[in-house]
Design a protein around this ligand. Structure first.
Ligand SMILES: Cc1ncc(COP(=O)(O)O)c(C=O)c1O
Length: 377
């Protein structure tokens, strides 16, 4: 019997190492990683600049909590705020995961507004802690805890009429992903986003944008909020923020931050020096290698090249893409796996997800294009 609890359907091989857009199994078989370790490997596996920054920091100081000021933590905060400038965030709190980042944002909205209800959207996915779960539309993981979850209004995604008809007066926060990923790369038009910002601001309701998959450059702008020209009260980030070192971040606007007092938020490991070194190095790689532009150009290429007999349309933005398949998505997933390419499923049985490193190589792209074409006959 395996000592490790079996909680996730894993790939049918043991993974041993990774380099840029490829991973290698314990048996020495190479796979192209279009799954990105679940949307995490922004800069590819083991980018030398990120690895060197982690090694240097590990030798200098492995850990100290928020009880001590650390220059590297303050530098990381400044670099992140500068990177996300278009979305208007001013202050950041670091934690260790996406669910925690959302939990912190929702808690601060409840405290600041004094309201006890939250709102979220059908198809949204925000994490497994209790507040984040309350906002998540995934019956399988919410139902055992239904009685413990906070009252959450669930609205249809991308519906302008519903926004106009909803009274947000007793809602502390609305939480939403710029692109709903798990439910099959679902997007909403810019007009809807602008209206969502207007109605929440008018009601004194926080708008929390969950950028855990979309943040930093994956969607072809420094954040999904920037893509739609909106400035949230709080933005949450995790996944690729430190190229794979565990991290989460909640970025607050100046006005949201002004409601937060000492002692409201805390985390032993959040803002630890190893994650901060990896975050700074990740932002440097994104800038130095112009990875946001790369996300735009590769995403544009795939949107044109992958459509054919197997794929009906390519959804999403930049390098957070959904392949809408004509037949069952799992058949194309299996075909690609047999050609040593890892892709993600979604809760839509006709959508496969691509969320590769932004450093993906041209030859890896060409191989995927060829394999998808071959499947279509
Ligand atoms: C959009 C979104 N929000 C939140 C989370 C939760 O992040 P974590 O698994 O780091 O808690 C995820 C994880 O997949 C996610 O995709």
């Amino acid at each position: 019997m395996n000592a490790l609890l079996d909680t996730y359907p894993a790939f049918p091989f043991v993974l041993d190492s990774g380099c840029n857009d490829m991973v290698v199994s314990a048996e020495g078989v190479e796979y192209a990683d279009w799954y990105g370790g679940h949307c995490v490997t922004m800069t590819g596996h083991c980018h030398p600049h990120v690895v060197a920054a982690i090694q240097a920091q590990a030798q200098r100081l492995l850990f100290y909590s928020a009880a001590a000021r650390l220059a590297i933590r303050e530098q990381a905060a400044e670099a992140l705020i500068a990177h996300l400038a278009a979305a208007g965030g001013q202050r950041v709190f670091f934690c260790n995961s996406g669910a925690e980042a959302n939990e912190n944002a929702l808690k601060m909205a409840i405290k600041a507004t004094g309201r006890m209800r939250i709102a979220a959207f059908a198809g949204g996915w925000h994490g497994r802690t209790l507040l984040a779960l309350s906002a998540t539309d995934d019956h399988k993981i919410t139902s055992p805890f239904a009685k413990l979850l906070v009252p959450a209004l669930q609205l249809p995604f991308a519906d302008l009429d519903v926004l106009a008809a909803t009274d947000f007066a007793d809602i502390a926060a609305v939480i939403v992903e710029p692109i709903q990923s798990m439910s099959g790369i679902r997007t909403a038009p810019r007009e809807w986003w602008q209206r969502l910002r207007e109605v929440t601001a008018a009601a004194g309701t926080w708008l929390i944008i969950d950028e855990i998959q979309t943040g930093l450059g994956r969607v072809g702008t420094s954040s999904g909020s920037e893509l739609y020209g909106i400035q949230p009260d709080a933005m949450t980030l995790a996944k690729g923020l430190a190229s794979g070192v565990p991290i989460g971040a909640t970025v607050f606007s100046a006005s949201a931050a002004s409601a937060i007092e000492q002692g409201d938020l805390g985390s032993t490991f959040g803002g630890g020096p190893l994650a901060m070194a990896a975050l700074i190095a990740t932002l440097e790689v994104i800038d130095n290698e112009r990875l946001i532009e790369r996300a735009v150009s590769v995403g544009g290429r795939l949107k044109r090249s992958l459509i054919g007999n197997a794929v009906d349309s390519v959804l999403g933005e930049g390098l957070l893409l959904g392949l809408r398949t004509r037949g069952p998505a799992k058949d194309l997933k299996q075909h690609l796996f047999e050609r040593r390419m890892l892709v993600g499923a979604s809760s839509d049985p006709h959508v496969l997800r691509l969320m590769p490193p932004l450093t993906i190589k041209d030859e890896t792209i060409a191989a995927l294009e060829c394999a998808v074409k071959e499947f279509g006959g």
